[in-house]
Design a protein around this ligand. Structure first.
Ligand SMILES: NC(=O)c1ccc[n+]([C@@H]2O[C@H](COP(=O)([O-])OP(=O)(O)OC[C@H]3O[C@@H](n4cnc5c(N)ncnc54)[C@H](O)[C@@H]3O)[C@@H](O)[C@H]2O)c1
Length: 340
């Protein structure tokens, strides 16, 4: 299939490109490198050869986005491109509205221009906000009440895409959208070709690995008095390769003239301390840490109810043990460290 991947140089988008290329698809990656590096595209080019094309494009620019899609009109679009750092979105909300919503407007226009009808959208559990304890594990019917501009911008994209599939314009077209609402994504490629590569880094696993090797100051664990077994927050971690596999399964269930929302989580949670200890074990050295105060808006436990994706697809998380996640993250990190 011909698949366009936005955010192709980013963490999850690049792993998606790699899996699609490994599966024999033709992939057109789009990115503006605002949150990523050309070296990731080099790795994709090495893996994909002439089945991989890349266009550097600012997706908020409608004309440029339309021109990019014209180069290789896709059968399916996977839309990963976004800004996704919560504290930044609290500080600079307009940047998030502009980038995340603006890019999605451009993309849908561009898809119409090349008659591309199917899109899988990277949504997030942040659209649920801070559900009360009775709603956890979180199902797709949990009310969506985001508490920051990042979550709000993602929810706005969901609403926009719903209007797009239901619109009467070009109504003969069977547009379809899947919203995959991710929880916490971590880990790297099984062949260590790429991994999580942000600067600055804001995610727990890579920060732990950097702290273990002295590349990051000691880790601050925000709060150890939560009502959880070890007092630290619990989140639902999914290996990036499992997450990408969910996209492959989602292709098979893209609805016609509808949207379909599925959570992508394991249903199991791990605490910050459990992740930290798994990172220590993977790295073979301790992760230095100190407890700090709680952060505003950090619920004690956010865990998915994966029943819907289990029921509608063959997706099952196969690599999402903490051991598998942290070992794959460490292998790539150690390899990169040697080469830089
Ligand atoms: N990483 C997670 O744990 C997680 C959890 C929930 C949802 N998500 C969603 O998954 C998607 C991918 O996340 P990620 O962790 O890979 O993020 P990332 O920052 O690593 O990748 C995003 C990519 O999109 C690109 N991009 C952003 N705005 C762009 C624009 N206007 N034009 C062109 N390119 C642009 C960036 O340069 C970057 O390469 C995001 O949509 C995010 O909201 C991620």
């Amino acid at each position: 299939m011909k698949i366009t991947v936005t955010g192709a140089a980013g963490y999850i988008g690049s792993h998606a490109c790699l899996r699609l290329l490994d599966d024999g698809h033709q992939v057109h990656g789009l990115d503006n490198f605002s949150r990523s590096f050309p070296r990731t595209v080099d790795a994709l080019q090495r893996a994909g050869g002439d089945r991989f094309h890349f266009t550097q494009v600012q997706l908020t620019d409608q004309a440029a986005t339309a021109a990019a899609l014209q180069l290789h009109p896709p059968e399916i679009v996977m839309h990963f491109a976004a800004f996704a750092v919560v504290p930044e979105s609290v500080k600079f909300p307009l940047i998030y509205w502009h980038n995340n919503v603006g890019a999605t407007v451009s993309l849908l226009h561009a898809m119409d221009a090349v008659d591309a009808r199917k899109i899988i959208f990277s949504s997030t559990c942040a659209t649920y906000g801070e559900p009360n304890a009775a709603r956890i594990p979180i199902g797709e019917d949990c009310p969506q009440r985001p508490t920051h501009a990042y979550g709000e911008s993602k929810l706005a994209c969901e609403h926009m895409m719903k209007a797009w599939v239901q619109s009467h314009a070009l109504a003969d077209r069977d547009r379809g959208v899947v919203f995959l609402r991710y929880f916490n994504v971590a880990g790297g490629d099984y062949l260590d070709r790429i991994g999580e590569d942000h600067d600055p880094e804001t995610h727990l696993v890579p920060i732990c690995l950097r702290a273990a090797t002295g590349r990051h100051p000691e880790l601050v664990v925000y709060g150890n008095d939560y009502p959880t077994p070890d007092g630290t927050c619990i989140r639902d971690y999914v290996h990036v390769e499992d997450l990408v596999a969910a996209h492959i399964e989602a292709i098979k269930v893209i609805p016609r003239r509808e949207t379909l929302a599925m959570n992508v989580g394991t249903g199991n949670g791990a605490s910050v301390l459990e992740v930290l200890h798994a990172c220590s074990a993977a790295a073979g050295r301790p992760v230095p840490f100190a407890f700090g105060p709680r952060r505003d808006g950090d619920p004690p436990r956010l865990v998915s109810n994966p029943e819907k994706i289990f029921r509608l697809t063959n997706w099952r998380p196969a690599r999402s043990s903490l051991e598998s996640i942290t070992q794959s993250a460490w292998r790539w990190f150690a390899k990169e460290k040697k080469s830089t």
